[in-house]
Design a protein around this ligand. Structure first.
Ligand code: GTR
Length: 391
């Protein structure tokens, strides 16, 4: 072959070889530039490679964003481990139309007690899975539900059925859904002095402040271990929806971002560190959230207090990691602390990722608000169910 021809072939090969982005670097806050706008989702971290299709998203950009959120916000999580499942209660009728099963899930000697309420006589129902604050026994009054032995925090009324207004179990099940839940203290008590008394103690991740996994990562990791359990049950594993209110909405989003077996996530009033953008957010600040809840995030996020614009990642990336799956952000008009408008803008910025992966953002993602403030009630659950059904 003539030299010109050989050169032409080499040049052609170089032109067709997609450019590989450089590695992600994790500079401390003082070395990062201020950026008023959140970082572009569809360009590599080094700014050199545009993401124009699903291959680019999965080859590098998705991993970059996950690594950035892990380092700068939530802290590391261990890799999934195999769980041991020990069935506990099996009650054919707990409430009219509601079967009840309970499972002890052993995660490296931390036990998650997962309660599953399901529609009697229905095979493979879709499932809603969420953390509960005070113990499975606080959802319904029935004595056959195991009372938690994990920490019941002082903000809880730990008596049977005390949380039933927040958990309309019979109505959710009557709508054709299984409802699965475990006490968040099984994974990590919501207490700065005790949050390691769960998964974190038995699966210590050592290292830098970025490696510290706080309660949010422990809750998200626990949700994924509950998803492991759901794989083996008589439920529709293609329709697993995570549901969480406020701090549990943050955990639900982080779990859905990490666990692609989750089909949909409902983050109700997730607030700072959840759906809303951090850098131009109103409501709760990075400083306030980390001083009130020093155990939620990693050791890096608090260093951005007052310097939110230096964050090299923002929460639109968290929503984008759920693509092409489904996201509902549900807010309250009077819930300024949780920054409903920041959550709307975050979703708007994340939406272009869906078409890249062959999905329509209009049908897969929704932001909605309702009158009222910071709470979860029966009507909210009805809205979540209507959305899951595609209504
Ligand atoms: C607040 C906290 C919020 C939110 C909320 C909740 O005190 O500032 O970030 O998580 O608690 O969980 O209800």
């Amino acid at each position: 072959m003539r030299l010109e021809c050989i050169l032409a072939v080499v040049l052609l090969a170089l032109a067709c070889d997609p450019k590989k982005p450089g590695p992600v670097t994790f500079a401390p806050v003082g070395e990062l530039p201020e950026r008023a706008e959140p970082p572009a989702l569809l360009t590599s971290f080094d700014g050199a490679v545009p993401v124009t299709d699903g291959a680019g998203w999965y080859d590098f950009r998705r991993g970059e964003l996950k690594a950035l959120l892990t380092h700068y916000v939530y802290g590391a999580m261990p890799s999934p481990v195999a769980v041991e499942v020990v069935p506990q209660a099996n009650v054919p009728l707990l409430l009219p139309g509601v079967d009840y099963r309970e499972y002890a899930v052993n995660v490296e000697q931390s036990w998650l007690y997962v309660a599953v309420f399901s529609p009697s006589g229905v095979t493979r129902p879709p499932v809603l899975l969420g953390l509960n604050k005070c113990g499975n026994h606080t959802l319904v009054a029935d004595e056959r539900v195991r009372a938690t032995t994990s920490l019941v925090i002082s903000a809880c009324d730990g008596s049977r059925g005390s949380q039933s207004a927040l958990w309309p179990v019979a109505e959710v099940v009557a709508a054709g859904y299984a409802l699965a839940t475990f006490h968040e203290s099984d994974a990590a008590p919501d207490d700065p002095a005790r949050y390691r008394d769960g998964l974190i103690r038995s699966m210590q991740v050592e290292g830098s402040p970025a490696a510290r996994w706080g309660a949010l990562s422990a809750w998200a990791y626990g949700l994924s271990r509950a998803v492991d359990l759901l794989q083996a049950l008589d439920i529709d594993t293609q329709r697993i929806t995570l549901v969480g209110h406020s701090r549990r909405g943050k955990a639900a989003l982080w779990a859905a971002a990490n666990d692609e077996r989750v089909a949909a996530v409902v983050a109700h009033q997730s607030g700072r560190g959840g759906a809303p953008l951090t850098r131009d957010g109103s409501g709760e600040t990075v400083e306030l959230i980390n001083s009130a809840f020093p155990h939620w995030f990693d050791g890096v996020f608090p260093t951005f207090a007052g310097n939110e614009r230096r964050l090299p990642v923002d929460q639109h990336a968290l929503l984008a990691l759920v693509a092409p799956r489904r996201v509902l952000l549900s807010e309250g008009d009077d819930d300024a602390w949780a920054d409903p408008q920041g959550s709307k803008r975050s979703l708007e910025l994340a939406r272009p990722v869906w078409p890249l992966l062959g999905a329509e953002p209009e049908s897969k993602t929704r932001w909605q608000t309702r009158p009222g403030g910071h709470e979860i009630n029966r009507e909210d659950w009805q809205r979540f169910i209507a959305w899951e059904k595609g209504e």
